[in-house]
Design a protein around this ligand. Structure first.
Ligand code: GLP
Length: 249
């Protein structure tokens, strides 16, 4: 088994292609009077996709009124106003610039009491199912092979839950947090199981830093040692790459 990959001359070109696919989905659904259910990701990988969606909203009249979103993950603990929160990230990089109804936006809650997390996660998955399931899930990949924050050891059927972050993931996040000590040790993430139920998965990886893990994800043995390898079992996934990220294929 191998994943279908598409390699572009630049992250910009690949991101425009992804944004077009999302916009087509949103318009198709709107014509039918239906909602488009998007699974969204944070990190640097999807930024150009969000830029293009904002451009399409401002210049082409693309409306997000019929869009429901579920984000993959959030650090724990995390206050939504924090510069490090994924709530703030999503507002600054997408939601503040489009016409989405914020009651249709869902992001794991980093402010919960620890005792309430289990129930919150079950309800999060319930909300995804009640919305009709994810029409499309966009994903980046961490250098540990994580999707969302499903670190090595996460099984194919893992549920939405509180996880402990891998040392490498925390190291990669350290610069943004002004030092390793400031990086949270835990996060709430959608599980691999619910990600795999998305009807369409778009994975993107840009830059040479991702080349090695992209090689393992697409060609390596399917194993919880590299949770992204579970995508090899999904019937509708495309991996969008730039040249440097595709060097080990
Ligand atoms: C982050 C996010 C992931 C993301 C990954 C890669 O920690 N939780 O969803 O895909 O790590 O980040 P980046 O896109 O910045 O390389």
């Amino acid at each position: 088994e191998r994943l279908q990959t598409l390699t572009f001359d630049s992250a910009q070109e690949g991101s425009i292609e992804i944004a077009r696919e999302i916009a087509d989905l949103i318009r198709d659904k709107a014509e039918k009077g239906e909602k488009a259910v998007l699974g969204l990701a944070t990190g640097s990988s999807p930024l150009k996709v969000y830029d293009e969606l904002i451009r399409m909203h401002k210049e082409d009249g693309l409306s997000f009124k019929n869009v429901v979103t579920f984000n993959l993950d959030e650090y724990y603990p995390m206050q939504p106003e924090s510069v490090h929160s994924y709530v703030r990230f999503m507002k600054e990089n997408l939601f503040d610039h489009i016409d989405i109804d914020m009651k249709n936006v869902h992001i794991p809650d980093g402010t919960l009491d620890i005792k309430d997390i289990y129930a919150f996660c079950a309800e999060y998955e319930q909300k995804i199912k009640a919305a009709g399931g994810l029409d499309i899930q966009i994903l980046g990949i961490g250098r540990t092979g994580h999707i969302g924050f499903n670190e090595p050891g996460s099984t194919e059927t893992s549920r939405t839950r509180l996880v402990t972050l891998d040392a490498l993931t925390r190291k990669d996040a350290a610069a943004g947090f002004g030092g390793l000590d400031n990086v949270p040790r835990r996060a709430i993430t959608m599980g691999v199981g619910i990600i795999m139920k998305a009807r369409r998965i778009v994975m993107m990886a840009w830059g040479s830093g991702k080349a090695q893990i992209v090689g393992r994800m697409t060609e390596g043995e399917i194993s919880d040692k590299v949770p992204a390898t579970f995508l090899q079992k999904h019937e509708n996934v495309t991996v969008f790459l730039d040249e440097p990220a595709s060097q080990e294929l």
